[in-house]
Write a protein that binds this ligand. Structure first.
Ligand SMILES: [Ca+2]
Ligand SMILES: [Ca+2]
Length: 320
């Protein structure tokens, strides 16, 4: 009996040694896979960072190009309309022999309703502009009452407009609580802070609104039909569908201020003429860069000065 027990010890030890060996191999394999995986992630991360850096430089180059186009445009013309070179989209161009592509476009932000015009320069509510925004919202099938809440967000007082306004009393009841801005906004998307306004409504309104300095004029040559139609209480002054409007704008300003005066009548025109223009100061360059699987979008608000100088006043990446 004792002999049998003695003989079994070496066999059991061999079994344990085998299991140890298998465990060590497994452990070594896990470590090797882990090291390789980390190496690949590091390599990928470095490649992405490099692509982002390169994309940023390319986007800034395209922004400079857009500024140059606008600078030349100021030398060549007094008005800004959709038949001009700046309004043509730049189709995709290759970067460094096929590393990626860059494309872009310039938009006239003064063709949009300026949300900051809901107030005058002293911060008091501009009721004429609130009514105009109500008409725009109505045409987009959004409840016009949101216009008053937007005005309250921007105007300097803390008294809610009646009956649809919203001031601190509304925002302090939210989670998390906060106060109304009571100052001009820097991005149109800021109005999504209005409780229950939501991304869906904003998506519909977004193409027609901008956040520009208070008092910026509307360029009638580039304003979409809905914005033109919102200029007076008797909507549909031109009765043009978007296709006809685009045709009329192919190579000239339409409507000119004279044409607008003729359509609105002198009395109605006189009330709004100081808010209108046939030229623009604020444009937005949007640049899309693709390098490998990395995509990069730069939005750049460009201000063109009196001497034709163009400078970026606001940049954002990825989202407007
Ligand atoms: Ca021009
Ligand atoms: Ca306010």
């Amino acid at each position: 009996m004792r002999r049998q027990q003695d003989a079994s010890f070496p066999a059991r030890q061999r079994g344990v040694a085998l299991i140890m060996a298998v465990l060590i191999v497994a452990l070594a394999t896990i470590l090797a896979v882990n090291v390789t995986f980390r190496g690949m992630v590091d390599q990928r991360r470095s490649a992405n960072l490099f692509a982002l850096d390169q994309g940023f430089e390319v986007a800034l180059g395209a922004e400079g190009w857009a500024a140059d186009i606008l600078r030349k445009d100021a030398q060549d013309s007094q008005t800004d309309h959709l038949g001009e070179i700046w309004a043509q989209s730049m189709s995709a161009l290759p970067i460094d022999e096929g590393v990626g592509t860059v494309e872009g476009r310039i938009e006239d932000m003064q063709g949009r309703f300026n949300l900051n015009n809901l107030v005058f320069s002293d911060g008091t509510t501009n009721d004429t502009a609130v009514k105009q925004l109500e008409r725009i919202l109505g045409m987009l099938e959004i409840e016009p009452a949101w216009a008053a809440a937007m005005a309250d967000w921007i105007d300097t007082d803390t008294q809610p407009g009646f009956p649809d306004g919203a001031e601190d009393s509304v925002y302090t009841g939210l989670d998390p609580p906060h106060l109304a801005a009571n100052m001009p906004i820097t991005r149109a998307s800021e109005i999504m802070v209005l409780p229950e306004f939501g991304a869906e409504r904003f998506g519909r309104l977004q193409p027609y609104v901008a956040a520009l300095p208070v008092g910026s004029r509307l360029n009638v040559c580039t304003a979409p039909g809905i914005v033109l139609d919102s200029l007076s209480e008797s909507q549909r002054q031109f009765g043009l569908d978007p296709e006809d409007l685009a045709k009329r704008r192919k190579d000239a300003c339409f409507p000119t201020l004279d044409e607008l005066r003729g359509t609105l009548g002198q009395a109605d025109y006189d009330q709004i003429k100081d808010t209108l223009s046939e030229s623009s100061t604020y444009f937005r360059a949007t640049v899309w860069v693709t390098i490998g699987t990395t995509q990069f979008t730069l939005y750049s608000l460009l201000a063109r000065g009196g001497a034709g100088t163009v400078r970026p006043v606001l940049r954002s990446f990825g989202a407007e």
